[in-house]
Design a protein around this ligand. Structure first.
Ligand code: CUA
Length: 317
């Protein structure tokens, strides 16, 4: 089913269809529960209106069975819809394996996207292949924004200082709206663009046309030198700094005695706030890169660290 009106955006995924089914089902249930009440209000208002000669004595005829059933019935029905909603939510939150990775950065008032494997970058446009799972990791450079893709029935808040993710599989090629759904300042209303869902073939063509010469990780590798990270964290460095090769995804023991998993968030925070979570056994001598490195570059640096295994590292020198 699909009604294309301004209030009912097109469905670009199987998930969107399911959300609509839930929405229509719940609307129907609401009508079903509310309609008898309104009909009775009308009937009684007419029947007992002023001046009518009807029996107004108040007879009490209690029935526990009736009372219970009209409370329990709607409750169970609504609970069923709650379970249905939870199932869809869990579905949307589950990260697909082998998803195509894209990073998104929001700032007043634009969206920037980087495609990890090819390094292609775009602004206010997002190209994705149809039928393939996509995972977007999002962060904001300033205030809270929200990435809203109506045709996919998905919305995810985008927060400064934190990574959030949005996963989906778009099925139907086409061009759909991409918006910001969180009031973020004077130009919030125009902060948006389009998501272009392409057949895998068109997408491959788009990738090669928008030719970036480096993958995101390769760009990160360059930045690793430019920002001077390699001076301390490089294999040949004489400074006692943690070895970053093969670090990603592994547990790190901290000076505080805690253990933390080296994920995107940890790596980002370590660059910006190096004294917050110090790796056990290392002196707290790293300078902060706050207000020096932009979110987009942090993403590239993290992509580099993630892709760097110990062997590649040695080859470096
Ligand atoms: Cu960004 Cu509203």
């Amino acid at each position: 089913m699909s009604f294309v009106t301004p209030l009912w955006p097109p469905q670009a995924s199987a998930y969107a269809e399911q959300v609509d089914r839930l929405f229509l089902g719940f609307s129907a249930l609401t009508v079903l529960l509310v309609l008898p009440v309104f009909i009775l209000i009308g009937i009684f208002a007419l029947k007992y209106r002023r001046g009518r000669d009807v029996d107004r004595t108040h007879r009490t005829r209690g029935s526990v069975w009736l009372e219970t059933s009209w409370a329990a019935g709607p409750f169970l029905l609504v609970l069923g819809f709650f379970a249905w909603g939870v199932a869809l939510y869990v579905d949307a939150q589950t990260e697909p394996v082998g998803a195509l990775e894209i990073s998104g950065t929001a700032k007043q008032w634009m969206w920037k996207f980087s495609h990890h494997p090819g390094g292609q970058r775009e602004i206010n446009e997002l190209h994705v292949p149809a039928g393939e799972p996509v995972k977007i990791t999002l962060t904001s450079q300033d205030v809270i924004h929200s990435l809203y893709l109506p045709a996919l029935r998905l919305k995810q808040d985008v927060l400064p200082g934190r990574y959030t993710t949005l996963s989906f599989t778009a099925d139907r090629p086409g061009t759909y709206a991409l918006r910001c759904a969180e009031f973020c300042g004077a130009n919030h209303a125009v902060m948006g663009g389009r998501i272009v869902v392409q057949t895998p073939r068109d997408y491959a063509q788009w990738l090669s046309r928008s030719g970036a010469d480096k993958s995101l990780a390769e760009r990160g590798k360059l930045l690793f030198r430019q920002y001077g990270c390699s001076g301390c964290h490089g294999p040949a460095s004489s400074v006692k700094a943690p070895d970053l090769a093969g670090l990603y995804g592994r547990p790190v023991s901290l000076e505080s005695g805690e253990t933390i998993i080296a994920d995107d968030q940890y790596i980002r925070d370590s660059i910006l706030f190096p004294h917050r979570a110090i790796a056990a056994g290392y002196p707290p001598i790293m300078p902060t890169f706050r207000n020096v490195i932009e979110e987009e570059d942090l993403i590239a640096l993290t992509a580099f660290i993630r892709n760097t295994r110990a062997e590649d590292w040695r080859e470096e020198e």
